[in-house]
Ligand binder design. Structure first.
Ligand SMILES: [Zn+2]
Length: 109
């Protein structure tokens, strides 16, 4: 990524259809991270109550691996506008960490 490329990345410019589709993919990855994290906590609590300790440990390891894999892919998401790391600031960022392209839903024409 070149410095001049960053200057071309205007966050106020409406997203193109291709950018909107890729931002939707980033939103989908983020939802999956939250779903695995929250449902994993509930599933682990149920497993701890109903399963033997060894089985609960295996469930916890499987949930951790699933969460780590999805989070890793989420963190590597590339901004469709500036090609920088979109999720530079983690799960709480509402825009690209490099150019400011918003994560909100973009209308696709
Ligand atoms: Zn960007």
């Amino acid at each position: 990524m070149t410095r001049s490329h960053l200057f071309d990345a205007d966050p106020t410019r409406p997203a193109t259809d291709a950018e909107a589709l890729l931002v939707e993919d980033i939103r989908r990855r983020r939802r999956l991270v939250w779903q695995i994290m929250l449902s994993g906590i509930a599933l682990l609590a149920v497993a701890a109550m109903m399963l033997p300790e060894r089985a609960t440990t295996l469930v916890a390891i499987a949930l951790f691996l699933a969460f780590a894999s999805v989070k890793f892919l989420h963190d590597l998401s590339q901004c469709p506008r500036c090609a920088g790391r979109f999720n530079r600031w983690g799960l709480w960022s509402s825009s690209c960490g490099e150019c400011g392209l918003p994560l909100r839903k973009h209308p696709i024409s």
